[in-house]
Design a protein around this ligand. Structure first.
Ligand SMILES: N[C@@H](CCC(=O)N[C@@H](CS)C(=O)NCC(=O)O)C(=O)O
Length: 222
């Protein structure tokens, strides 16, 4: 959202500690060594004196300032609805590789992960993707809310990218008949600012320490 809106922003966690970044900077915010709101977990946006956590809240704030929020009150609520549904899928994606506890390594919950991921791939992913396809169909097929791109479309884009990385075989199977979703994914990808961001060092590649992890044994069998 920050990138599409053309904001100037710094990923503080990736700065060296000598420049006030790194884990120490995040820890200081979680420990409340600042004035203002207390965040529970990253991501955290700092804007002047404001300290704000929760991806959806951050995107709503950024979108308001950068012209990426719908204008009517009803449409703003619909965008929030879609953003929160995307967050539900993200949480379920996390639970595929950490079904028992976030404090245990994946390697210590592999069997449970396999069972969980099978249900996620076969029941949850098709249901969620089918839902978003229907939302697009009802709205004319281009964007989730109204006639223009809004922050929630960018959340959906990131979800599709993440699922395609983590479960490439299941993703292909589940999107065979989801033309509007696939078109939205491409429509977002080629936007000039998003395209530049995706090619930049600011874009963290998906990896096996993040939410969207590619463990082939959790994907559809060959
Ligand atoms: N719903 C939150 C999820 C935030 C989240 O799970 N953050 C992770 C790191 S990416 C974390 O630190 N979680 C700590 C915890 O859940 O105790 C959001 O969308 O921002």
């Amino acid at each position: 959202v920050l990138e599409e809106g053309g904001a100037e922003w710094v990923d503080v966690a990736r700065l060296p500690e000598s420049e006030g970044g790194g884990v120490a900077a995040i820890r200081a915010l979680l420990d409340g060594e600042h004035e203002g709101g207390l965040p529970y977990a990253p991501p955290i946006l700092r804007l002047g004196r404001l300290v704000l956590a929760q991806t959806v809240a951050i995107s709503e704030l950024a979108a308001d300032r950068l012209g990426l929020a719908p204008s009517s009150p009803e449409d703003r609520l619909l965008a929030r609805q879609h953003g929160l549904t995307v967050a539900d899928v993200v949480a379920e994606t996390h639970d595929c590789h950490h079904p028992i506890a976030g404090s245990l390594y994946y390697e210590d919950q592999r069997e449970e992960s396999k069972r969980r991921a099978e249900h996620f791939r076969n029941e949850r992913v098709p249901r969620f993707l089918g839902h978003f396809e229907s939302v697009l169909e009802r709205g004319g097929g281009t964007w989730l809310v109204g006639d223009d791109l809004c922050w929630a479309d960018l959340h959906l884009f990131q979800l599709l990218e993440g699922l395609a990385y983590a479960f490439p075989r299941a993703f292909e199977r589940s999107t065979e008949e989801r033309p509007r979703l696939l078109a939205l994914r491409e429509r977002v990808r080629v936007r000039p600012r998003i395209d530049a961001y995706l090619r930049s060092e600011r874009r963290l590649a998906f990896n096996e320490d993040g939410i969207f992890r590619h463990y082939p044994e959790l994907d559809d069998p060959d």
